[in-house]
Design a protein around this ligand. Sequence first.
Ligand code: AMP
Length: 358
Amino acid sequence: MRIGIIGAGQLGQMLGFAARELGHECYFLDPSDAPPAAKAGPVIQAAFDDRVALSILAEKCDVLTYEFENVPVEALQDIADKVPVYPPHDALRLAQDRLTEKQLFEQLDIPLPKYHPIDSVDDLRQAVESIGLPLVIKTRHMGYDGKGQFVLRDEKLVGAAWQELGGKALIAEQWVNFDFEVSAIGVRSANGDIATYCLTHNEHAAGILRVSRAPVEDDVLTDKATRYMRRMLEHLDYVGVLALELFVVGNKLLANEFAPRVHNSGHWTIEGAETSQFSNHILAVTDATPGSTATVGHAGMINLIGNIPDAARELGDGALHDYGKSARPGRKLGHITVVADSAEGRDTLIECINQSVT
Ligand code: AMP
């Protein structure tokens, strides 16, 4: 099949490589010069809401998908009569606004931190009263990797927080003293087949994912996460890979956010699972049955952020994925995956790699 992918970053690149292995051809749409996915297929260089470019992509392809969630929903709706677009618009629309995202969690009985929509400085004062401090104030739209966030620890700083973020649609969230963070990744095909990966343990710094480890060996958490994931996939009549990020507090899971796409915390699945998240997304959007999500060992993934040190290229024990992007502080340039027979072996490898690449 010919698959159109909106966005040609590293997720598009890895989707494109998986599609090629499955015998499909990919075309991409992206405004940047020489984006990472250019290695996996031709790129139409245009803005994501360029109706003409989207029509050309739709005409060339049998199915369209996307690699990031800030694609304008209206632009996709306009081409939906020409070609199927997966995951469905509804999932994309709900994920684009932190308020509708949280309302979906509530509707599906998925526990989440307390929150309060903020449209004025008075709303912010009310949020402090009803939720308490500290609070995390986030922009409702276009936030990622901790961008557009303000942690309010002192009531005296309400004005300063409003000064920094006011004017945009905001949401205030209870600060969660979590034990650790996990993500659940699942896939659903058009005929309703569902497969879920084991839970992944994620470590962030400055809002950016640094290290992932899988599997999280905890049956209670895994069972809860699988139920939440299935609820979302079924409710949204979802097609493709979905990622759900959660905070762990004791044996409870609180949903933070979801992404209607393949996810950084699932990169380990390329080497660490029988079928990667990328292959499974392609299988789902091409009407095929998802492949086995079983792990093939204890996997770890280390993000390479800002630069790829020479040492990363000389590692014998890890698989380096260099996205081919130019170096810039805070930019995800690549990742390294390790797979070991035990969690201890995996953690030792991560430790060694961390020492040589940071
Ligand atoms: P987000 O952009 O919502 O994924 O947030 C980025 C990171 O900030 C998360 O992965 C957490 O490490 C942290 N964070 C976000 N929201 C909260 C919260 N309500 N309580 C504590 N930490 C948070």
